[in-house]
Design a protein around this ligand. Structure first.
Ligand code: M6R
Length: 608
């Protein structure tokens, strides 16, 4: 989604803001701009498209001021064209805005009635007009912002500057994240920690309805009524080194190859290597786990699919009923949460608006929320009562990969901890499962060694009209995840289906133009899956199958067959998702798509 960077300090603001925007690029955007003080005025430079375009326009520009703001815009209201790009400048005021002002129509009508002309189609420009009007009425920047805040509805974070107060910035938030990085020499305000860590690790995470008033290097925190708050910066540990491609052509490929390490890091805090036991390191006491009667898992996209796999894990091992739900549905359907419930919210970014809203709804009902996040100190991480971490390291590619396998690893641990608390797991079986978990990274390395196979296969797969991904049992959520990867990266039609559903509709789609990606490891449903494949083949379907070991039957039915190493049945998803990621990656790359930043998508979906 959109990115905000603001800077006050001794360095060249053009460089700092542009580099900050680069660090936020992974979040997805379609235009960008900066407004930087020069000779007492804000000089604005904006461009449609990628940051390179903005960079070219900035090359010949120089600025003599020490303060400026920048933005990458992911279009919501108005086309992704230069006129709609941020910053929006009105009078001496410049603002950048993330999120949506929901009452924009009423505000626009009001302004229009007063004879105000807008130069963009955005909701954001209206805020610049409102602040500018307040300043014209005699208020300073901070007072103007505080006067405008009650008029705004929706979810937004905004950074405002005024030429009349050339050392000041005012940041305020009600929804999408906004962080203030502070040091003795400079202040960086940004929507993502990535833009701040090159400067300082002392940060203040704004909470909803908080306002940060930057005056030189002094930062005052206020509530939205203007009363001072006593809030100290926290020290973050979020290394920038991890956000580089390190020789890979794309972040996504690098992240796919980092998966063995991600899984090892996700497991490490919770396994005792001497005793081969699961010791879940989170705030939930064993006595609490013992009494849990129902688990709800809530997330969006890939996090939702990880949750679906979690249902199989928890129900199989702990025999606790699980409901998994898409956050945007859950939050609006008045869910019934019995008292002995645990709600698990899953979010790589920790900022997904719907998942955050679901979390708040659950807390209001007095039910315990456990978050599984990758980004420490993100909104969801901060608001949940108990925490588990993916520990996957920074994920830059918009398509989630390593966060998915790390989540699966963590869900395995949660399922086993629940099973132990409920006396459903014997010591020897626990030790066996822990050994299988510990062996996963090395099995994952084996699968990654097949990368070339997919690079070659991709070429021949480009011609298909559509892709049907199928699996049974815990492999069904992985089929859904595989289809999502192909859709978002290759922009090809792909559907995930439970293989047992084939005769209930999707069989009609199958002909020689349809590729079938079948997950068929040797488990108790193998024979049934094979029958599904026979039926698909009989109708001309072109089969890519993923199974275990040398499997001549599967091979004979398939155009391409990939053999995975055998592990514990319920751990197979951590291996079988890798070929699906590689398939989508290579297909998209061979079609010439931007693999790290697929069109129309954002890494962190901070608005509904
Ligand atoms: O940060 P989150 O895990 O909450 O994000 C949820 C989805 O937006 C995300 O998984 C999305 O589906 C990815 N682009 C999938 O690759």
């Amino acid at each position: 989604m959109c990115g905000i960077v603001g800077y006050f300090g001794p360095q060249n603001p053009k460089e700092v803001i542009f580099n900050g925007l680069r660090a936020l690029e992974y979040r997805g955007y379609d235009s960008a701009g900066v407004a930087i003080l020069h000779q007492g005025e804000f000089k604005r430079v904006r461009a449609e498209g990628k940051l390179d375009q903005l960079g070219r326009r900035l090359e010949s520009e120089s600025f003599d001021g020490h303060l400026g703001i920048g933005h990458t815009r992911w279009a919501t209201h108005g086309l992704p064209i230069e006129r709609n790009a941020h910053p929006h400048c009105v009078g001496g005021v410049s603002i950048v805005h993330n999120g949506i002002i929901e009452n924009h129509a009423a505000l626009r009508a009001d302004l229009k009635a007063q004879g105000v002309e807008c130069s963009s189609d955005t909701d954001s420009e209206l805020v610049a007009h409102l602040i500018s009007q307040e300043i014209s009425g005699g208020r300073n920047l901070l007072q103007a912002v505080l006067a405008v805040l009650p008029r705004l509805e929706g979810a937004y974070s905004i950074l405002a500057v005024s030429k009349d107060q050339p050392n000041e910035m005012v940041a305020f938030k009600f929804g999408p994240p906004l962080i203030v990085g502070v040091s003795a020499e400079e202040v960086v305000v940004a929507s993502d920690i990535q833009a701040i860590v090159p400067h300082t690790r002392q940060v203040i995470f704004l909470e909803d309805q908080e306002v940060a008033h930057v005056q030189g290097t002094q930062v005052t925190l206020l509530n939205h009524q203007g009363q001072a708050l006593d809030k100290k910066p926290t020290l973050v540990d979020w290394s920038q080194e991890k956000a580089e491609k390190q020789g890979y052509p794309h972040f996504m490929l690098k992240e796919i190859f980092e998966q063995p390490r991600a899984v090892a890091q996700a497991l490490a805090p919770h396994l005792c290597l001497e005793s081969h036991q699961v010791q879940l390191d989170c705030e939930l006491e064993e006595s609490f786990l013992k009494d849990i009667e129902r688990v709800f898992i809530v997330g969006c996209g890939t996090s939702f699919y990880a949750g679906l796999a979690g249902e199989y894990l928890i129900e199989t091992w702990a025999r606790v009923p699980v409901e998994v739900e898409i956050a945007s549905e859950f939050r609006y359907r008045q869910p019934v949460l019995p008292p002995q419930s645990l709600v698990v919210v899953i979010s790589q970014s920790g900022e997904t608006a719907d998942t955050l809203a679901a979390l708040r709804l659950v807390k209001e009902q007095g039910v315990q929320v456990l978050s599984i996040c990758n980004v420490p100190n993100s909104s969801i991480d901060r608001e949940a009562q108990a925490h588990l971490y993916m520990n996957a390291g920074v994920e830059i590619g918009v398509a989630s990969t390593k966060a998915f396998v790390s989540t699966l690893a963590v869900l395995n641990l949660l399922a086993l901890a629940l099973a132990k608390a409920k006396d459903r797991l014997s010591g020897p079986r626990e030790a066996e499962l822990v050994q299988s978990l510990l062996a996963l990274p090395s099995h994952m390395e084996t699968v990654l060694a097949y990368e070339k196979f997919f690079a070659e296969a991709a070429e021949s797969l480009k011609a298909y009209r559509g892709f049907l991904y199928m699996g049974r049992g815990i492999h069904y959520p992985i089929a859904l995840e595989g289809a999502l990867k192909l859709k978002e990266l290759a922009y090809m039609h792909a559907e995930g289906y439970a293989a047992g559903e084939m005769k209930h509709g999707p069989l009609a789609l199958i002909d020689s133009h349809m590729a079938i990606v079948m997950l068929a490891p040797k488990d108790e449903l193998y024979e049934k899956t094979l029958s599904n494949l026979e039926e698909a083949k009989a109708r001309g379907g072109q089969i890519i199958s993923i199974g275990t070991g040398e499997d001549e039957r599967l091979k004979s039915l398939s155009l391409h067959y990939l053999a995975l190493p055998q592990t514990e049945g319920l751990l197979m998803p951590l291996l079988e998702v890798i070929p699906l990621q590689l398939l989508a990656y290579h297909l998209a790359d061979s079609l010439g798509h931007d693999v790290d930043q697929p069109r129309n998508l954002a890494k962190s979906v901070t608005v509904e």
